[in-house]
Design a protein around this ligand. Structure first.
Ligand SMILES: [Zn+2]
Length: 498
């Protein structure tokens, strides 16, 4: 098996072959910063984080760029509504977006360029388009002449005469569907100098300029929501291929995630943003793990139903995973041989269960890869991991099970394998278990939660210089607070004394 992905351009699943060996360059359209992002905007963020992580898992080096649109009509309108400078608006929502990424624990994006930081590159690419006779200047605006581009419509599969008119300026365009590359500034609007007078870039052109700057031409993957196929991505292709007609295809593979729907209605910005769709609000009720689990439990190209019940179902499923992870941790960390011995009762079922675990260990990775290789089928992969978790929990919960050395060894390997595979989705059950423990410690007031890790670090430092008096003092101080330390090969872990 090898990775196949659905290319919007060919409308088919294609074998993935990167342009450069072992290296993938990908670009995803980011938010326009005039409001908080919704769960709908969070879907591409979570989906393409998964895409990037899976490519890394397959051994590719990945360069991942996602832009922020910080100049656009919607931003100017919002600034006018509030009677403030547009920068007040963009700074507020850039900060909020970066905070959302942080809360979602997504740090896979290598470059986050801003449109306003790209004005020179944008002017350069517009100049090329005009020089190649695909663009024209009209009344201080620059438009793209759609009729000059024989390939226009190749991504969305539309014919020019069936297309909706572009709403970029009503006058002076040659054709109604021509779209703006550069917009003349109205009095009081933010603007930059250009060969065509003061103005600002149209929305589509920034992505052509940024993608070219960071990833060059003919890069591997361009992603975004299906609502961006037309006109945004169609226009990106038209602009880029008009600026560099000798270079072939702007992008090799186009990937588009489906929309999130509320009662079979698409969640779109034109509906206005309802409070319970705002990601920031949802993250107060549900953890980042749960939100990612919910989004990735459906294939990225399918529509995804949004409701509180769906999120609660995901929360319950995720709790089952963390419970199993906690149980596994308990067993593999257990050094109390006496207790382990007391549970020894060698029987046939134990032998069978041990074989079951060995089989899982052997098959889980291949099973996972085979579904993920089929167009990033995270829904199928999450199902495989969930079945494995259920099987292993069944084994270790059985009262008469033997914890012998070999089993513990296999269980440890299973733990490492499964927590590693969940990380591809940005899901971290082990981290969630640790967080629960810290919260528990904070609630019971046994010790300041933030202090535990600090004390462990201090103790490790003391041990490294053989200051055992100090290290013992720290251990007993923590013990008094109900925290038990265990020194393992890979570091010190702690848990709460029950
Ligand atoms: Zn874009």
């Amino acid at each position: 098996m090898a990775l196949k992905l659905h290319n919007t351009l060919s409308r088919k699943k294609e074998l993935f072959v990167s342009s450069e060996k072992n290296k993938v360059k990908m670009y995803v359209c980011g938010p326009t910063v005039y409001n908080y992002i919704s769960i709908g905007n969070a879907r591409p963020v979570i989906v393409f984080n998964m895409v990037r992580n899976y490519l890394k898992y397959l051994g590719y080096e990945v360069l991942f760029v996602q832009n922020i649109t910080d100049i656009e009509d919607k931003i100017i309108n919002k600034a006018n509504e509030e009677g403030v400078d547009y920068k007040i608006i963009t700074e507020r929502y850039i900060k909020a977006f970066l905070e959302d990424l942080n809360t979602l624990e997504i740090d896979s994006i290598d470059e986050i360029p801003f449109a306003t930081g790209m004005i020179n590159e944008i002017i350069d690419i517009i100049t090329r388009i005009i020089n190649n006779d695909y663009g024209y200047v009209a009344g201080g605006n620059v438009y793209f002449d759609v009729f000059k581009d024989k390939n226009y419509g190749k991504l969305s599969g539309q014919k020019i005469d069936e297309m909706k008119d572009s709403d970029d300026g009503e006058f002076e365009k040659r054709n109604k569907i021509d779209f703006a590359l550069w917009k003349k500034a109205k009095p009081g609007e933010p603007s930059w100098d250009s060969p065509w007078g003061r103005g600002r870039p149209g929305w589509h052109i920034e992505c052509s300029a940024m993608a070219y700057k960071y990833l060059g031409f003919g890069f591997d993957i361009h992603g975004g929501g299906i609502d961006l196929i037309f006109p945004h991505h169609e226009n990106e292709i038209a602009q880029s291929e008009a600026a560099f007609p000798e270079k072939g295809n702007f992008v090799k593979y186009w990937m588009h995630n489906g929309m999130i729907e509320v009662r079979e209605r698409k969640m779109s910005k034109s509906d206005g943003l309802q409070d319970d769709w705002i990601l920031k609000n949802l993250l107060k009720k549900f953890s980042a793990n749960v939100i990612k689990f919910y989004i990735l439990s459906t294939h990225y190209r399918s529509p995804l139903e949004f409701s509180g019940e769906k999120l609660e179902e995901s929360q319950k499923a995720f709790e089952k995973i963390t419970n199993t992870v906690r149980n596994i941790q308990f067993i593999i960390n257990k050094k109390d041989a006496e207790e382990r011995e007391s549970r020894i009762n060698n029987n046939l079922k134990s032998a069978e269960d041990k074989r079951k675990l060995k089989y899982l260990l052997k098959s889980i990775k291949a099973d996972f890869i085979s579904v993920m290789d089929d167009d990033f089928n995270s829904a199928g992969a999450i199902g495989i991991l969930f079945e494995a978790i259920k099987t292993v929990n069944g084994i270790i919960q059985a009262a008469d099970f033997i914890y012998d050395k070999e089993f513990i060894h296999d269980l440890n390997n299973f733990y490492n394998e499964i927590t590693g595979l969940y990380k591809i989705f940005g899901i971290d059950p082990a981290g969630a278990v640790k967080k629960d423990l810290i919260e528990h410690a904070a609630e019971t007031g046994s010790i300041e939660a933030s202090q535990i890790d600090k004390l462990i670090q201090e103790r490790n430092e003391a041990r490294s210089i053989k200051d055992f008096k100090k290290s013992d003092e720290i251990r007993s101080r923590l013990l008094k607070a109900g925290i038990i330390l265990e020194d393992r090969k890979d570091g010190t872990i702690w848990k709460i004394q029950k």
